[in-house]
Ligand binder design. Sequence first.
Ligand code: FES
Length: 390
Amino acid sequence: MSAPPESRSSSSTGSHDSPDAHSGVRIPSDAELAEMSTEDLVRLGNRMDDIEVVSDRARFPVPGTRAERRAERQVAGWFVISALSGLAFLAVFIFWPWEYVPAGEEGSLAYALYTPIIGFTLGLSIVAVGMGVIAYSKKLLPEDLTIQQRHDGPSKEIERRTAAARLVQTGATSGLGRRKLIVRSIGASVGVLGAGLAVAAFGGLVKNPWKEGADSALLTTEWKSDGERVYLRKNNGVSEDVVLVRAGDLPAGSMETVYPFRESDRSDPDKLKEVLTSADSPVMLIRLRNNVAVIKRAGQEDFNYGSLFAYSKICTHMGCPTSLYEDQTMRILCPCHQSQFVANEYAKPIFGPATRPLAQLPIAVDDQGYLYARSDFIEPVGPAFWERRS
Ligand code: FES
């Protein structure tokens, strides 16, 4: 081990004669620094940084004892748990049936468990890594107690070098290098956890939400017809009590929330309920006051029926229901972030964070006066998403 720097002659090449401004410790020359061992540098750094080592005791002074191996197994156990739960997360994320199944139908339990299970497995994996790090520091790192006085200002080169030496020494005394079981279990844990997070981030590439093409869930709504006419119905709270909407039902300046209805669903209570609770079903049917100037969107000139206009209720900002219609200003208000849309100008946004108009449903009236949808919306309802073109 090198002699303490204070006892050396300051005439060595590159010696700094003046002591360190903070600590008063003589700064060794570059040549002296080059000859100093890691332990010398750590001691020098301690003196310069006003660090007092009160105690520094190895947990296992004799390496390889049964007690040490038991402690290693306990630490490694946490990382193994992390790796296994990370693997479970990956498997569930990729292979578990995740597509929506209504309650009561076959597969609904598996669907209901999907989110809790991926949350539990990923959470356990992360927690187990933290527990492993804590267990390592409690059971295997040397027990030391140091006290440091803090100083202002940036660190000098010599302080950086001594700090680096201290890190090297900490790494050496941690014993990680000779604890292969723990190193391997940490590698497995961090590797699997990293892979899990990568899969979660790019999950859309693992699962193909577009496998149904133009019929994919984000591109269609319950208003899409399979050949059968889709009528506008009210919702009075009883899904089986179907009340269709006539063109003359709404007084001027009023709004009614309507939902899709197919005659073939009338005898299917579950389907009636499902359509009413489907997120993209609600539509605001608005009758503008008479003699109001209307500006129509290009390509949607015949989507209205007289003064009746039907707009998706799903806000184009983040998908809240834009449930408020203010007749005097003809503004549709979204309560979430205060976006406002103009009902007599194809529901274009004029205030707030929304940037696209509400989707407009093309409507017509049958020979008995009932309103029906001429087609599904011609654009996706609600907020933007990656593949959206409009
Ligand atoms: S969701 Fe409507 S303004 Fe944000």
